[in-house]
Design a protein around this ligand. Sequence first.
Ligand code: ADP
Ligand code: MG
Length: 336
Amino acid sequence: MAKKEITTVEEMPEVSTKTVSKKEITRVEDLPGVGPKTAEKLAEAGYGELMSIATASAAEIAVIADLGEGTAAKIIIEARSALNLGFETGLSALEKRKNIGKLSTGSKEFDNLLGGGIETQAITECYGAFGSGKTQLSHQLSINAQLPKEQGGLEGGVLFIDTENTFRPERIMQMAQSAGMDPEKALANIHVGRAYNSDHQLLLVEKAKDLVKDNNVKLIIVDSITSHFRSDYIGRGTLANRQQKLNQHMHALQKLADTYNLAVYITNQVMSRPDMLFGDPTAPIGGNIVGHQSTFRLYLRKSKGDLRIAKLVDSPNLPDGEAIFRVTTEGIKDKE
Ligand code: ADP
Ligand code: MG
């Protein structure tokens, strides 16, 4: 007997609200009821991503993949629940926000700009010119994340994805010592993955789940998010492809941030904008994808000597503003 077509939410069987208990679904092939053959048929018809399945109708999927509509509907529901496309009440959203941790930058003024520090469950992007302090901040955050909560830490480990070969254990030891930590213990809590190209970078994040769980990782750093993408996808013909991969990368990071209540700090290079005659002729790389998917955006620039200016460019709940801090041998400090 053919089942009635499911066209509205009300007609759907109970939507699963379980998000963590089951094996995590990240690809179409992972969906229960989708074998390799089905996945291939779907991909060929342009339904190679969970989102395209989640937003399709059961009738469409049934025809494309040669399935009954009931099975197709179940697959769609699984895709929706994997992407967390359901609703939650304002109260449960508030409850989730109560668990948000704030990670200190090392400077009070900088922390105040951020409403207390770098938030967990969010992606904080920092862009700026060469030498503006993006990598210095990444090192300082790697130390601070390990501190007790009362000291602005998150009491966890760090996953550091290094794409520009600028991670320096010596610098970590130097900053750890100034923070009164055992330098070797501090290093042992930082798991560094050197990404050799953009695909490798994606893979490191996609495979990070176990490492995150086993080491109570509370901070993920990607320094920098765009450099490999910039060099791997040269020429306009591959731009759409690059943006799609970047999108996937940002989604994977946000998912880790949500699932494990951890902070994500990514850095971004800037390119010069010769078309801009007035103001600051620099723009972050990655276009809308990186910008829209970062919860907080910071723009760093050099000032006199070791002074740096951080500008909050985009935040869902904080006013834009600026903070001045210092990059010293001891690490990130307040200006006075
Ligand atoms: P980017 O934004 O390109 O990642 P960095 O974070 O690498 O920039 O910043 C480099 C700058 O940080 C250097 O030019 C220097 O001013 C400062 N810096 C780096 N190491 C130290 C140190 N050990 N002591 C003091 N300042 C340092
Ligand atoms: Mg750097």
